[in-house]
Ligand binder design. Structure first.
Ligand code: GLN
Ligand code: ZN
Length: 775
């Protein structure tokens, strides 16, 4: 039996890689210094895994930015616009690489970055490969070989990780019409062959091919490509040991495809999809080894050894232990580095010792893999660890920190009434128009105003104890008041308070909800040097006290105009946290929904007539397979409705989403029944509205009229044109006017200019519609 790891976090226990990259980008350090940091991290990771007792230690899992971009450079898929950069003297390969990741504004050049998108259903983002019709591939970067040799020199023989050829192509995008990227497989394969040849010359034993697309819906062509490439690899490298990895879902209808590929071992994710164990085992060829992903690579909970052993023993009743490989479910880049870095000294939200004993980060997960293998081998040394693990699991099951009878009862008592507003939108609409008295094309913003370094420094000083709560509050009050005044002066109809008191839209609520805790160092790579530190939902969630009423009521007291209350929705809070794994996610989501509902009701009671519940993450929770979408959408939409339905008809509920594909879930978005939805739309020139128009979206809608991701100030005329486009598909009476997302990352001067133009655009439209009526 072998122990195996699929990938180890590369950011470093103290985010050393982030710091090193950012210093290099800002010109403060040399490329040699950056390379040095990379080597240190790799060495540390390899040695740690070796000491832990992992047999198959990955290499090429390290990356300065993203493993997919690494692979694009390896196979020479470098879009034309970067060629100039290569030719620019003095640029290293790494500079070209960073140019592709982040764009290049130097030497009179202005080259945009490559697109970035989500890695399957995780919060990790990868750089999307770009393909052209006549795409050529050639071995360009030798990173995979270099890192393998580097580990060898350290006396550690590693298993290089390659993105499988089919997955690599499917991750990319066709940049011109007239071809299908999977047809490039024949051009691509020779580079793999060359890499494998070179690795074999260096006596590589195992190579890992990541093919998570085997867990998605595949076309016939994709299937053929799988047969073709793995057949060829086997034919040319009959002795090479190949590990084909799949993760994030079950193989389902691709099971027979996966087991028919001529690879040495197949890896399956038994954390996400334990139900696939039987079906896979039933058809697994005698010669094939099976790598079982039993330690959760995507979450922070300690493995329940007893439960895992039950699973493994049932497996071994039919399967030869010599053919078994024990692994984490997927690469550990989705978990934080080391629980050992958590010291219980955070003032605000201590990671209490009791909770800490339930957790395992990457370093601990590696140990878990080894201990599980020892337990199966009946090694006595491991028994103490088993006892300890059982004790922690028992503690977690019965802990009073987790279980709250009242919360559970409230969830089970929810009725249909709680999921529905009092009246349908057609009636609510009139009540709201009467109560709010807004003009046609009401103008508003999405919530946040610029979070200047100054604002952030107040929070830092307050947390450090350099500012008292009263001093901190006074500063935030002043900033809020100035923002209210600006909005009044510029003629915006529905104001916001600006969110200056908030760090992050999920963290802010997590810090005030029961059942949440925070780590000090639990960083996970999101993209490039960007890391996030998701809150940990460990127990039943409820709201001990109002969370936003103080700031919303304060802002409303300053103005005669309506100030919109601003909340994060239950699905987004769930999606951006580490979620407890001892109950279904839907159950946890419903608990959060009730907590948000309480807040909505309290806001209404405090005189807030318009309340926005942001759900930017609702789409990213979609399961990988379409067949599973409906079940998710049902509970996600229900959770939103529960959070929004506690108010009277004339209280207006808004929601906001910032992604740009609506077509396939428009019915579900409509089912959320928000009175007003604001969406990202400007970058596609309102084309996205077609989905809403075709569907005849019944409620009100604010298509973003300008892109807040860019410092560019849009002109009034531009926005008038976009709004006219919108009016051609959506009735004017349904339209709102707003930017496409929050203004948190913008500067004040551009924000002010853009909003003044936006208000002017709304005015032009109002006049044109009034004219049309009087004519
Ligand atoms: N209300 C939030 C803001 O304005 C929404 C952020 C988001 O959509 N991600 O910042
Ligand atoms: Zn947004």
């Amino acid at each position: 039996m072998l122990t195996n790891n699929l990938g180890y976090p590369r950011i470093g226990g103290n985010r050393e890689l982030k710091k090193a990259c950012e210093q290099y980008w800002s010109g403060k350090t040399t490329i040699a210094q950056l390379a040095h940091t990379g080597r240190d991290i790799r060495k540390h990771n390899w040695e740690l895994q070796k000491e832990a007792g992992i047999d198959l230690i990955p290499s090429n899992d390290f990356s300065f930015y993203d493993q997919v971009l690494d692979w694009s450079l390896t196979v020479g898929a470098i879009p034309k616009r970067y060629h100039e950069v290569i030719m620019n003297k003095g640029n290293a390969e790494l500079d070209l690489y960073f140019a592709m990741a982040r764009g290049y504004q130097k030497d009179g050049l202005d080259i945009t970055a490559m697109e970035m998108t989500k890695w399957f259903d995780t919060n990790y983002h990868y750089i999307v490969p770009e393909f052209t019709k006549d795409q050529k591939f050639k071995l360009f970067s030798t990173k995979v070989l270099d890192e393998y040799n580097e580990s060898k020199r350290l006396g550690i023989k590693t298993k290089p990780v390659l993105i499988g050829p089919v997955t690599y192509l499917l991750l990319g995008k066709e940049k011109e019409e007239g071809f299908d990227r999977i047809d490039l497989i024949k051009n691509l394969l020779p580079v793999y062959i060359e890499v494998l040849k070179k690795l074999e010359e260096q006596h590589v034993e195992w190579v890992q091919f990541d093919e998570p697309f085997l867990c998605l819906d595949l076309t016939e062509k994709d299937t053929e490509a799988f047969h073709y490439v793995y057949g060829e690899i086997k034919r040319q490298f009959p002795k090479l040991k190949t590990l084909l990895t799949t993760y994030f879902d079950a193989l389902k209808d691709n099971t027979s495809l996966a087991v028919s590929l001529p690879v040495t071992a197949l890896h399956i994710d038994l954390v996400r999809a334990p139900e696939q164990m039987r079906p896979v085992l039933n058809v697994l060829p005698d010669s094939m080894l099976l790598s079982v992903g039993v330690v959760d690579g995507r979450n922070i909970w300690k493995n329940d050894f007893q439960a895992t052993l039950v699973l493994l023993k049932s497996l071994l009743s039919k399967f030869d232990a010599n053919k078994l490989i024990i692994s984490p479910s997927c690469s550990l880049i989705h978990s934080p580095c080391d629980l050992g870095n958590e010291h219980n000294d955070t003032i605000l939200t201590p990671l209490a010792a009791e909770i800490k004993q339930w957790l395992a980060f990457a370093k601990q997960k590696v140990d878990e893999v080894v201990v599980l293998s020892q337990l199966i081998n009946n090694e006595n040394d491991a028994l103490l660890k088993l006892e300890e693990n059982i004790r922690c699991a028992e503690n977690r099951r019965s802990s009073l920190l987790i279980h709250n009878k009242e919360v559970k009862k409230r969830v089970s008592d929810i009725t249909v009434k709680d999921e529905n507003r009092l009246s349908p939108f057609a009636l609510r609409k009139h009540a709201q128009h009467r109560a709010l008295g807004l003009p046609l094309f009401p103008t508003t913003t999405i919530g946040s105003f610029p979070q200047t370094p100054e604002v952030r420094s107040w929070r830092a000083r307050y947390k450090k104890g350099d500012l008292s709560l009263a001093e901190y509050d006074a500063l935030i009050e002043k900033e809020t008041e100035e923002t209210i005044r600006f909005q009044e002066e510029s003629g915006i109809d529905v104001l916001v308070h600006g969110e200056f008191e908030r760090n992050d839209m999920v963290e802010y609520f997590g810090e005030q909800l029961a059942g949440f805790t925070f780590t000090k160092n639990g960083w996970v790579q999101s993209y490039g040097s960007r890391c996030v530190k998701p809150p940990v939902i460990y127990g039943d969630v409820y709201r001990p006290a109002p969370m936003t009423v103080r700031w919303s009521a304060f802002a409303q007291s300053l103005s005669d105009k309506w100030v919109k209350g601003m909340l994060t929705g239950p699905v987004t809070i769930l999606q951006w946290s580490f979620v407890r794994n001892d109950q279904p996610r839907s159950e946890t989501c419903t608990q959060i929904a009730l907590a948000i509902r309480d807040e909505v009701v309290d806001l209404e009671r405090a005189g807030i007539k318009i309340i926005q519940i942001d759900e930017p993450a609702i789409r990213e929770g979609l399961p990988l397979r379409k067949a599973d979408w409906q079940q998710y959408l049902e509970w996600a939409v229900r959770a939103f409705r529960i959070s929004a339905s506690g108010v009277k008809d004339d209280t207006q509920i808004h929601t906001h989403m910032c992604y740009s594909e609506f077509n396939d879930i428009i019915q579900n978005i409509s089912d959320m029944d928000a009175d007003v939805i604001t969406i990202e739309c400007s970058r596609s020139q309102m084309e996205l509205l077609d989905a809403f128009a075709d569907f005849k979206y019944p409620n009100e809608i604010g298509p973003g009229v300008y892109d807040i991701h860019s410092p560019r100030v849009p002109s009034k005329d531009e926005m008038v044109n976009l709004l006219k486009k919108a009016m051609s598909v959506i009735p004017a009476a349904q339209l709102w006017v707003n930017p496409d997302c929050g203004l948190k990352t913008r500067h004040w001067d551009e924000t002010k200019k853009a909003l003044i133009e936006m208000v002017a655009a709304a005015k032009v439209l109002r006049e044109s519609v009034e004219e049309a009526v009087t004519l």
